[in-house]
Design a protein around this ligand. Structure first.
Ligand code: SF4
Ligand code: SF4
Ligand code: SF4
Ligand SMILES: [Zn+2]
Length: 471
């Protein structure tokens, strides 16, 4: 008699560390590949085994790992190695990447009460100008020439001294400032838009689609018309906007293509940053960690819903953080034609850091240009990004781009950023994070750690104590 040996139904890929979604304990986790998707499987001694989907396209996930660029060191660290990762943020000397985007949450207050809000914003305090100043000065010490500061919240437009804060960023020579906003004030108060316009913030606009139902579900109210008004008011002042849709399965995933079409038409919009929903802070009830939207889901939806205007093959992972965190592409728009840059130049060969092929046909000048574009430090619509895109266009035989008058309106960026929650948390991604919350005590805490590992709560408690002390 022969007996058949049992075989597991997955390929074991590697071991990492994750979180128990019940108690937040850091636990060992296996990365498994099953039926073309990638899963994390982990065990908490108190809450048992859990599984979570991390990528619905195993091929994309595995391929993305070769774009893992060596990290750059900050000029100074703010903590030392003590308990070990992730309890030493940060940045501690073991962190693998410097700050590409520094986020300052200048208020916990908000004029909306979204059912879905990773910051769990609502009531709270505004950050003092002295604290903002301390944060910016520390950033100059750790980065020397910081690229991007994002002013965030809560809702940052409620802070009474926002123009002063934007001025402080500019005075320090920080190249770009983005304003992370729900857009309500921009829509209702054109005078306010005029006030902030001289500081040229890029408006990073919460924009979940064009349908009222999407806003009802995610924001608890229909603010679709206000989003359009916010964009029109920004366009009037010559401000650029990046649309930031939060994507939830069964709510607005069918709007992915329409958002691109809308963005390509609107004069203020220079790009889109799709963010599959994470289950941190305040969350919608119905969430299945095995059916979440992952980065390649958005790429596949873009291909289908735009009838191939953008294809999966037009996107590459962004190599400065961990490459499974996000994907990006740029398109050139000329004579009504939308041409993704990777169809003009073999970006893939240039950004493959692991295989490290030195192909003779790779141009030494193009590599740093493409590296600057496929980075979180690139801001769509900025002079620097446009100059890089122009030089790529020229390098591809599209004669002097300026001959066509190529400018901001001629380039468009699409990014997909898959933030982590306790289900999808993977420590190896965190250690290379380049998006950091900047705190008044000088620390820079990787954004996913800030949301998931108690750092946000700790900072709020400290702020409450200091605010009570000032009363
Ligand atoms: S995430 Fe980075 S900064 Fe935080 S403890 Fe780990 S290595 Fe250090
Ligand atoms: S998601 Fe944004 S707009 Fe909504 S409550 Fe949170 S901070 Fe306010
Ligand atoms: S914020 Fe989270 S998802 Fe984004 S780069 Fe950092 S670790 Fe990755
Ligand atoms: Zn647990």
């Amino acid at each position: 008699m022969t007996c058949r040996q049992l075989v597991r139904n997955h390929v074991f890929y590697e071991v990492t560390r994750s979180l128990c979604p019940e108690c937040g304990q850091v636990v060992d986790a296996q990365v498994l590949i099953r039926d073309g998707s990638v899963y994390l499987r982990k065990n908490c001694s108190l809450h048992g085994w859990r599984e979570a989907l991390v990528s619905s396209d195993a091929q994309w996930y595995l391929k993305s790992l070769k774009y893992n660029k060596p990290g750059a060191l900050p000029y100074d660290f703010s903590t030392s190695v003590g308990k070990g990762c992730p309890d030493d943020c940060g940045l501690c000397p073991e962190h693998q990447q410097h700050t590409c985007i520094g986020i300052i949450e200048i208020t916990n207050r908000c004029n909306m009460a979204c059912p879905m809000c990773f910051a769990d914003a609502g009531n709270g305090q505004d950050m003092s100008l002295a604290d903002v100043q301390r944060i910016l000065d520390r950033l100059l010490e750790t980065e020397r020439e910081p690229e991007i500061v994002q002013i965030s919240g809560g809702e940052p437009t409620l802070h009474g001294q926002l123009p002063d804060i934007l001025a402080m960023v500019k005075e320090r020579g920080i190249r770009h400032v983005t304003l992370n906003t729900n857009g309500l004030r921009l829509a209702r108060d054109p005078e306010f838009v005029r006030q902030i316009a001289p500081y040229r913030p890029t408006i990073y606009l919460q924009f979940d689609g064009l349908k009222s139902t999407s806003y009802q579900a995610l924001r608890g109210q229909d603010v679709a018309a206000l989003k359009l008004q916010a964009l029109d008011n920004s366009a009037k002042e010559g401000l650029h906007a990046i649309l930031v849709p939060t994507l939830v399965r069964g709510v607005n995933e069918d709007e992915i293509g329409d958002i691109v079409r809308f963005g390509l038409e609107h004069p203020a919009v220079v790009g889109i940053n799709y963010q599959p929903a994470t289950f941190a802070g305040r969350c919608l009830d119905h969430f299945d960690p095995l059916r979440r939207i992952t980065v390649p889901d958005v790429l596949h939806a873009l291909e289908t819903q735009t009838d191939g205007l953008f294809r999966v093959s037009d996107f590459l992972p962004v190599p400065c953080p961990h490459p499974t965190c996000s994907a990006c592409t740029y398109a050139m728009i000329h004579d009504g034609q939308v041409t993704p840059i990777p169809r003009l130049v073999d970006v893939d060969s240039y950004l493959d850091y692991v295989t490290n092929r030195s192909l003779p046909d790779l141009s030494a000048e193009l590599k740093p240009v493409l590296e600057a574009l496929w980075s979180f430090a690139a801001v769509a619509g900025s002079e620097k990004t446009n100059a890089a895109l122009n030089s790529v266009a020229c390098g591809c035989g599209i004669e002097q781009a300026s001959q066509f008058g190529l400018s901001t309106e001629n380039f468009f960026m699409i990014q997909v950023h898959g933030f982590m929650d306790s289900h999808s948390f993977d420590l190896k991604r965190l250690t290379k994070c380049c998006v950091h919350e900047l705190l008044p005590d000088g620390r820079a805490v990787p954004f996913c750690a800030y949301n998931l590992l108690g750092y946000r709560d700790q900072v709020r408690r400290e702020q409450e104590v200091s605010f009570a002390g000032q009363k």
